[in-house]
Ligand binder design. Sequence first.
Ligand SMILES: Nc1ncnc2c1ncn2[C@@H]1O[C@H](COP(=O)(O)OP(=O)(O)O)[C@@H](O)[C@H]1O
Ligand SMILES: [Mg+2]
Ligand SMILES: [Zn+2]
Length: 257
Amino acid sequence: MKQIANVLPAERLTRPANCETHGSYISTNIFGTVWTHCPTCESERLAKEKLEREEFKRKQLFEEFHRKVGDSGIPERFRSRRFSNFVASTDQQKYVLEFCKEYAESFDQVLETGRSAIFVGAPGTGKTHLACAIGMHVMGAYHRTALFSTVMRAVRRVKSSWSRNSLETETQAIEAMVFPDLLILDEVGVQFGSDSEKMILFDVINERYENRRPTLLMSNLSQDEVVAYVGERIIDRMREDGGKVIAFTWDSHRRVK
Ligand SMILES: Nc1ncnc2c1ncn2[C@@H]1O[C@H](COP(=O)(O)OP(=O)(O)O)[C@@H](O)[C@H]1O
Ligand SMILES: [Mg+2]
Ligand SMILES: [Zn+2]
């Protein structure tokens, strides 16, 4: 019977070798005429490859982020809006800013419960600013998707799917608003709010609710008016998952400046 020791070489051959950069080293025979290279060169090559892989990954994430921001519908003007450039001087402003930060920073938990929020307050109080800041954070830090749309644009999209030569079906139009991890619906109640508009809004929010996906609604209406506009059914669903109405009670930032 053949002994294992006879099959495997007991000891590898070695020989002194020289690297032009790192000087002398001991080279080990791998098999036949193949010998190991300079260990310092080898580890430098591995380190360089690791760096290149990391750089590639970073570039991918960066490009992905930019593509996402481009697809997000966040208006150009609001892409620079962050928590850090929101001026909070009063206690109420600080509370609202903290709420938004906490919401964005615990977005993984928000996704588990589908916790939504409604921002109400006068024009110019920073509702769109903070909603966009949340959207940007969620896309940047969490690699999640966010979609920003005014109610008018969302409704128009669904309505145009009804036309015979539309490129997308109604289901696809609604699905596009249900799919993103975060949906930001701005300017709720700016228009009159026809029945079909309310139905569309309900469909979108309801589908998101069923899928436990959070939605942020923004409105210049008062809290009561928003509830009346959106309907108790939707408000109830939002509240059920811990959703809150956040009141922006101060004067317009445009007037303060
Ligand atoms: N507290 C604030 N600090 C810094 N900029 C603000 C603040 N509030 C509002 N702004 C800025 O004022 C403008 C109007 O705010 P916006 O978010 O559009 O208000 P709203 O959506 O409530 O009407 C935006 O350019 C926004 O970035
Ligand atoms: Mg706004
Ligand atoms: Zn070397």
